[in-house]
Design a binder for this molecule. Structure first.
Ligand code: TRP
Length: 475
């Protein structure tokens, strides 16, 4: 039993309902700590009740993730020949687990795949939702690898009392079309609704989930997600499914394996997986990293690359919310709505009047229009120029907002043009379980590949021996 609870990589136990005491040393009156778990995220407030920015370094430290640093980005550029995405350069994707091992894998020309997902909760996306997908599409283009996108309509119906399974399935279809509009290559991309694929899509995903659930004692899941005895048992089982989505064997058709066989391929299980996600999803994947090597056919620890949360229009402490249209730019907003929202709701780091702004300058670090430009303006120099000019007072708030409006209108309009072309037939193409085709690294290092294959075979044999020994001892 103790072995089941043991933590294999010196990470803290998977505790998601984390609180970071940013104000622990101050005499606390009404200070509230930041809170992050997969279902609710809120920034802290200081003793005066002022909203604080999220402290991402503190989260990374607490959860023992690694920060993305220059050395990692340099290696990425060297191996792929591509300049790192602006969201990597500018720290929006700021943290990772084993991204370096994925780069090793790419260098050798070994197989790996990308996995990301979304809980379909409303049928309409805002810009915050599109970020992980845009980024994943870019990774798919750069690495040229298969990608699976999980739509957790089961999760949403289980965790939201007011949503039925029928409603969340309908959201899956709608949101899948939005996701497709971001331009994923259909030959390399499989998008699935949990309720449909796991239910009657054929394959081994449910089998994997049952096997994985057998490895997870309730107290590990309770610790990770704060469940108690009154929690419905669907919620308790669900993490198992989100975890096994990182196993290659959950998608036999992608690799040309037989989905109807009782047996899953050990080689397919050994294919590594990289998960781009917002940091709040990390607790799920700590569970998979802690237990994946205990599966009958072990899988390597899933690698992760984590993003920050996108700032709401209202600034620090605000939350982009589907139920508050003024909190975010939605992907179905008209150009005029975007203009109005930014002009009247985007939190400004500027001064009260143009005169004061000229005299004192503004604060781009808290200015939401500037933040959005850092997400969507590609040109580093232009951005640095705006930063300096806003700070010195040369650039006025209205001018900065105008630039932000232009860039956001462009992004949303391009999306809408692409979305209009996604028919039901195209949707069906992406959502059909099938063999995918990809090329991977065009210049693999075959020397490294050979060495690694030999080491992996040896490790597998040793594990086999070890397992036989323990099985004997138990008898
Ligand atoms: N649980 C996620 C949500 O509610 C959806 C999800 C499933 C996901 N698998 C994922 C997100 C992998 C990122 C990566 O939105």
């Amino acid at each position: 039993m103790a072995e089941q609870l043991a933590n294999t990589e010196g990470e803290p136990p998977a505790i998601a309902a984390l609180s970071i005491a940013e104000t622990a040393t101050q005499p606390v009156s009404q200070a509230v700590e930041q809170h992050i778990d997969p279902w609710s995220v809120s920034a802290g407030t200081d003793a005066q009740g002022q909203a604080l920015q999220f402290d991402y370094e503190a989260i990374s430290k607490k959860w023992s993730t690694k920060l993305v640093d220059d050395a990692l980005l340099e290696r990425f550029e060297k191996l792929t020949g591509r300049k790192p995405h602006r969201w990597l350069r500018r720290g929006l994707f700021f943290s990772h687990r084993d991204f370096d091992l994925i780069l090793d894998c790419y260098e050798r020309g070994d197989k790996f795949f990308l996995y990301t997902g979304r809980g379909p909760s409303s049928g309409s996306l805002h810009i915050g939702h599109t970020i992980p997908f845009e980024f994943t599409k870019w990774l798919q283009d750069v690495f040229d690898v298969p990608l699976v996108i999980m739509l957790t309509d089961d999760e949403k119906a289980l965790f939201k009392d007011n949503l039925t399974f029928e409603e969340t399935m309908a959201f899956s279809r709608k949101e899948a079309k939005d996701i497709i509009a971001m331009g994923f290559d259909v030959k390399k991309t499989f998008i699935y609704s949990d309720l449909k694929y796991v239910g009657y899509g054929g394959g081994h995903m449910l089998l994997n989930a049952w096997e994985f659930s057998k490895l997870l004692p309730f107290n590990q899941v309770r610790g990770a997600f704060g469940f108690n005895e009154s929690t419905n048992i669907g919620r308790i089982f669900f993490p198992s499914l989100q975890c096994v989505a990182a196993f290659g064997t959950s998608y036999p058709h992608i690799w040309g394996d037989d989905p109807h066989s009782d047996f899953r391929s050990a080689d397919t299980a050994a294919i590594p997986c990289l998960i781009p996600c917002a940091i709040d999803q990390d607790p799920y994947f700590r569970l998979v990293r802690e237990n994946c090597n205990r599966m009958g056919n072990p899988s390597p620890k899933a690698a992760l690359i984590h993003s920050k949360f996108l700032t709401a229009l209202q600034g620090p402490g605000g939350k982009m919310s589907a139920s508050n249209p003024n909190s975010a730019i939605f992907m179905d907003d008209t150009p005029n709505q975007i203009k109005k929202k930014i002009n009247s709701h985007a939190y400004s780091g500027g001064q009260e009047t143009a005169e004061l702004q000229r005299e004192l300058g503004g604060n781009p670090d808290v200015d939401v229009s500037y933040q959005y430009l850092t997400y969507f303006e590609e040109d580093d120099e232009k951005l640095a120029d705006m930063y300096a000019k806003y700070k010195s007072g040369e650039l006025l708030t209205g001018e900065l907002k105008k630039e932000c409006i232009r860039v956001m209108q462009e992004y949303v309009t391009a999306f809408q043009a692409s979305r209009a072309k996604v028919s039901d037939e195209i949707l069906a193409d992406y959502m059909t379980p099938r063999k995918l085709t990809w090329n991977g690294n065009p210049n693999p290092n075959l020397e490294l590949q050979k060495k690694h294959a030999a080491a992996a075979t040896k490790a597998r044999k040793e594990l086999e021996k070890e397992r036989k020994r323990t099985a004997k001892q138990k008898k």
